[in-house]
Design a protein around this ligand. Structure first.
Ligand code: HEC
Length: 133
């Protein structure tokens, strides 16, 4: 193969790679949690306390506790807050302050609005992006 052909093929692959990556990043940017908001602080607490060890969100995580993706709309904020305030036999009581509980509830709300707990119900588009049902 001539060197010119190799350079042409490489250029085509490089251009496709960068334009597709750019497209995917811009297509998903709407789901980011805003920095400094209550739900963002809740997300940090979620990561710090490693809630994912027992719970799934968007269908991924540990299996000791239930998937929490849609708990907010299914159970409501008061139910979630009561759980976080007292814990249970299995789930630890972290001694959260009321503000921290509010932040975690807001994070649960943002998860609920951005996805579903059963990935098998998602639709995969021809370009590799994923769509809510
Ligand atoms: C050691 C495992 C474990 C960890 C860690 C854990 N949980 Fe749980 N959680 C559970 C279990 C198990 C349940 C189900 C209730 C039960 O059986 O006690 C539950 C229930 C819940 C519920 C109620 C959900 C529903 O729909 O009924 C919420 C909300 C919740 N957890 C939030 C959290 C948050 C937020 C964190 C992190 C700060 C966390 N959990 C950490 C085990 C855990």
């Amino acid at each position: 193969m001539k060197d010119q052909h190799k350079i042409l093929i490489f250029t085509l692959l490089a251009v496709s790679f960068f334009s597709y990556s750019g497209f995917l990043y811009s297509a998903n940017s709407a789901y980011k949690t805003a920095e400094g908001t209550s739900s963002d602080r809740g997300k940090r607490l979620w990561q710090e306390k490693n809630c994912i060890a027992c719970h799934q969100i968007y269908g991924l995580g540990g299996y000791l506790g239930p998937d929490l993706t849609n708990s907010y709309s299914q159970r409501g904020p008061d139910y979630i807050k009561a759980f976080l305030r007292s814990g249970t036999m299995v789930m630890p009581n972290y001694g959260f302050t009321e503000i921290e509980i509010q932040d975690l509830a807001q994070y649960m709300k943002s998860i609920d609005e951005s996805g579903i707990g059963m990935p098998s119900k998602l639709k995969i588009n021809y370009d590799g992006t994923v769509q809510q049902p």
